[in-house]
Design a protein around this ligand. Sequence first.
Ligand SMILES: Nc1ncnc2c1ncn2[C@@H]1O[C@H](COP(=O)(O)OP(=O)(O)OP(=O)(O)O)[C@@H](O)[C@H]1O
Ligand SMILES: [Mg+2]
Length: 250
Amino acid sequence: MSIIQLSNIAYTYPSGIKALNALSFSINKGEKVALMGSNGSGKSSLCLLLAGVIRPDEGDYFIQGTRFRYCRKQRLSLCRTIGYVFQDPDVQVVSTHVDEDVAFGLRNMGLHEDEVQQRVTTYLQLSGISDLSKKAVHTLSYGQKKQVALAGVLAMEPEIVMLDEPFAWLDYRQSQRLLDVLKQLSESGKTVIVSTHDSQFAAEWADRALVMQQGSLKVDGSAGDVFADEQLLEELDIAPVNQTISCLEH
Ligand SMILES: Nc1ncnc2c1ncn2[C@@H]1O[C@H](COP(=O)(O)OP(=O)(O)OP(=O)(O)O)[C@@H](O)[C@H]1O
Ligand SMILES: [Mg+2]
């Protein structure tokens, strides 16, 4: 069953940049999708659109079989269905303290305060940042803020989780923890979409690869097929698996 369906979606920023163009695809419940493509190809714009932050100029967006109309009621309920961890945590983390930030979305959902506190504790722990609970957000590193944003989204327990460059800035231990979180999400039947430049991760983790190029969907295939095709990867400016970028090689 398709949980997300886009039909002929287009979006142009007010500045005139056309970020998304004639996008049509669907994603099934429980899929693990790697969203790939070079810088500026439209991955984050697509995530923003799916999260209801930007509204398409053309086309239809269906979520769980219902057309998304961008009305207030649908926007408010969208956070229970789809959670987005932004590429830049500075635009997502809104409260002064870590525990308050994770609680923010839960209180907006109207949950009882006991439930809010229980989820804050659970999801700070899952994200590996229980020790940061009482810290002021402005004292955190970029990677730590990214983990706070992750905890806040997971705490809302959405059906679909979208993570935009989730490994950027994370150290080895936190990256391993995030891999465990991704595994748990999939085991519990959630649909997970990860925007990434990390071919190794995408090839090992994803069922499916969607590759964007200049706002259009260039490739939609099984991750196995896409990452086996080195010529295609070269054309799409995507690093082949097992290749690290090293300045020492030049
Ligand atoms: N807020 C904005 N206002 C105007 N143009 C924007 C805005 N955000 C993104 N763009 C433009 O839209 C296009 C798509 O950008 P987007 O951030 O979606 O790409 P991306 O694939 O996520 O790139 P990256 O890999 O660097 O994160 C780019 O040309 C970008 O400059
Ligand atoms: Mg991006």
